[in-house]
Design a protein around this ligand. Sequence first.
Ligand code: ATP
Ligand code: MG
Length: 279
Amino acid sequence: MDQARRLRAKTDRHPTTIAFASGKGGVGKTNVCVNTAVGLVELGQRVLIVDLDLGMANVHILLDAARSQTMVDCVKTRIPLLSAVQKHVHGVDILHGGSGLDALVQFSDSDMQFLMRELEVLTDYDYVLFDMGAGATDTSLQFIAGCDEMFLILTPEPTSLMDGYAYTKLVHQQYPDLPLGVIVNRAQSGEEALQCFERMEVACRQFLKKTIRFLGYLPDDPSVRKAVIAQVPFYTFDRKSDISWRLERILTTLTGTPPRQRHFMDRLMGNLRRQWNRV
Ligand SMILES: Nc1ncnc2c1ncn2[C@@H]1O[C@H](COP(=O)(O)OP(=O)(O)OP(=O)(O)O)[C@@H](O)[C@H]1O
Ligand SMILES: [Mg+2]
């Protein structure tokens, strides 16, 4: 038995892994991911956010945390991944992927072995949430495919729906078994959110033969902007706001969902190995 398997057999507990993704940028992925994390922490869960937005470290900005070393730095300099995890930022732990994450495909044999061993640190959490950048790259798709579920963030605008569908199609063509949940953000009403979801659901069912689930919606709420400026999660900033109440409903749906059987590490490592062998 290799070391990774031994560790897993010993602890026998796996985090639930979720990728927050979108086709179009700026639809609220980081805000939804960060506030979901904060809400889960309040429910007594241990949560790690992995910031895989390669361009900008948005999670750090939203939570007013200092920039730290990244996952890629750790691999390149053989530093334990844990040393790059920032602990207890509004109760949440954060790991920044690093802007050179796409260099993953050029990692050497020993780089990959190091990363695989180090990723075992993820098993200490109940939830690992991946904040993805907008759009898809080969590497980001592999992280998404490794997750238990992808949460697609949509807004009711037609451009968000079209890009969201194109993105889903791309992911589905490569990883048809990946469960997909939808959160509609910035909705003017519950009715508008449901209409948005239904359009997506019909397209996925008719053209991709894929079933997707509705996780809930978040309203367009002025407290988000104020919270972003104050660098505080909106869930902490104003607990009585409409959006905080709606997030609570999403958290109830989320925590009531049983986790998938296969472990994130097995899927991710399988994906990375496949890509790596192609290079
Ligand atoms: N529900 C909401 N109500 C009002 N404003 C919102 C809401 N959600 C997001 N916003 C606004 O949209 C901006 C972009 O949100 P966010 O950074 O979370 O998007 P993103 O999808 O992560 O963007 P990127 O694709 O650049 O990573 C926020 O700064 C905030 O001002
Ligand atoms: Mg973002």
